[in-house]
Ligand binder design. Structure first.
Ligand code: 5GP
Ligand code: MG
Length: 461
């Protein structure tokens, strides 16, 4: 997953992008980059690590101009190469181009093979590079038409922010998998993955991009270009609401906090239990646990603490203890847990490894009973649209019965929110993509169908 931002017509645009990326850091911690344009020259700075590690006052002040594009990256396989760090840049006939992409194209290997056949030299393994080539080689007249033409060849999930010279383009795939919001600050504009990025800039929210929409932003004007194949059914990713987005954000007009509380309340109705305390797996499940507590009347307690300073650069000592990874991150509060029947709420269950460790930790400080509740259905299928999920084999919910998962986790009971419960709780922005839970993929998996990609799922943003 990734976070993206575009700034148009605001002084020191790179600084604004930096702040926005700071707010979007939860969407990707592996690498960060900003490209700024000052009317004649575009300059870029990128690197591996957190936004605060990649940029300093000097690198930022070198990125001059009132147009900027920024990206925070979350990736796994093939991803550590600096060539993959976005924004991708290119010089082409119409000016300098910078591109930041969130999502995953499902036909990029197919596109890539065709581009290479046509003589393109591909520099990265990022799926987004295909878009750069498609724009450059489009035979349509004018940049707007070239951008539009290039986007129409993409399949899968893409929210894109791009600058060509001093023009900023923002686009969303025809199903609207990934969020993108337009904001205004003074005479300028901001486009970002989530509203928390507008908040930090003091930008006013204008509206959410619609599926298939392509915007062109320049000199304080926002124009809507032709929409991309508007006939596609909408499929925003429900996992954004479950886990990915920040609770203080709104995406697609839905408050992430309200969505998670609604999941928690439904969960309490679907899987009630007699207990003394509701505790969250912080921070991602805080809102869902509050919802469970509100609905059930069981008090919400701070029973697990999370260390926020466990970073990527942490040196893992040689610990034999199998729970060590989770213990670095979480610690129970004995005074809250000892002798209590606890309901522990998490937003999702993926591999089950963290959960198993947490259950052991709670029992070690005296929990009388441990009831696990999950604010989403079992994750059973890989995501081809940008969420980094392990392979099916590693997913604890893929094939096991509830009783088998209960035994694996060592809990007294386990309850998942139902698929209907989840989608009904946030019906206002639906229907959604629920592929990781349901196995129903709204956008064709072109590369998989052509035998170019593994059906096990991609592992890249
Ligand atoms: P598990 O217990 O299955 O090992 O881990 C579940 C936890 O993983 C949950 O707390 C959930 O918030 C978190 N999670 C879900 N999806 C992702 C993801 O894509 N990346 C990361 N880093 N954590 C995730
Ligand atoms: Mg979590």
């Amino acid at each position: 997953m990734c976070g993206i931002v575009g700034i148009s017509g605001i002084e020191n645009a790179a600084e604004q992008a930096y702040l926005a990326m700071y707010a979007l850091q939860h969407r990707g911690q592996e690498a960060a980059g900003i490209v700024a344009f000052d009317g004649t020259t575009s300059r870029s700075h990128k690197g591996r690590g957190l936004v605060s590690e990649v940029f300093n006052a000097e690198t930022l002040s070198n990125l001059r101009g009132n147009v900027a594009v920024g990206h925070v990256r979350y990736s796994t396989a093939g991803g550590n190469d600096l060539a993959n760090v976005q924004p991708l840049t290119a010089r082409f006939s119409r000016g300098d181009l910078a591109l930041a992409h969130n999502g995953n194209l499902t036909n990029h290997l197919d596109l890539r093979a065709r581009l290479v056949e046509d003589g393109a030299i591909i520099r990265s393994s990022a799926d987004s590079e295909a878009l750069v080539h498609l724009i450059a080689k489009s035979r349509h007249y004018g940049v707007d038409a070239q951008v539009d033409d290039a986007l129409s060849h993409l399949e899968g999930a893409f929210s894109v922010v791009m600058s060509v010279g001093s023009t900023v383009y923002a686009a969303c795939d025809p199903r609207g998998f990934r969020p993108l919001v337009l904001g205004r600050k003074g005479a300028g504009h901001v486009v970002a993955s989530e509203t928390c990025a507008l908040d930090i800039l003091g930008a006013e929210r204008v509206r959410y991009l619609e599926p298939g929409e392509v915007l062109r932003i320049q000199d304080g004007r926002v124009e809507r270009l032709r929409s991309l194949r508007p006939a596609q059914p909408h499929a925003p990713c429900i996992f954004e609401l479950v886990y990915f987005a920040r609770p203080d954000s709104h995406i697609w007009g839905v408050s992430v906090d309200r969505a998670r509380r609604a999941f928690g309340r439904r969960l309490a109705r679907e899987h009630p239990v007699d207990a003394d305390a509701v505790i969250a797996v912080p921070d991602s499940a805080n809102s869902a646990a509050l919802g469970y507590s509100e609905e059930s009347g069981i008090p919400f307690e701070l029973g697990l603490l999370r260390n926020h300073y466990v970073g990527r650069t942490f040196i893992q000592p040689q610990q034999q203890d199998r729970d060590f990874g989770a213990r670095m991150k979480y610690n129970p509060v004995q005074e809250v847990v000892d002798g209590k029947r606890v309901v522990i709420v998490d937003d999702s269950l993926v591999r089950g490894t963290t959960s198993r460790s947490l259950v052991r930790m709670l029992r070690a400080v005296g929990a009388a009973e441990v009831h696990f509740r999950i604010g989403s259905p079992p994750v059973r299928w890989p995501c081809f649209y940008g969420i980094d999920m392990p392979t099916r084999r590693e997913l604890i919910g893929a094939d096991l019965e509830i009783s088998e998962i209960e035994a694996k986790l060592g809990v007294d009971s386990l309850g998942y929110l139902s698929l209907e419960g989840m989608t009904e709780a946030v019906a206002e922005a639906g229907p959604y993509c629920t592929a990781c839970f349901s196995g129903e993929y709204p956008a064709p998996l072109v590369d998989v169908e052509k035998g170019l990609a593994s059906p096990e799922g991609p592992r890249r943003c």
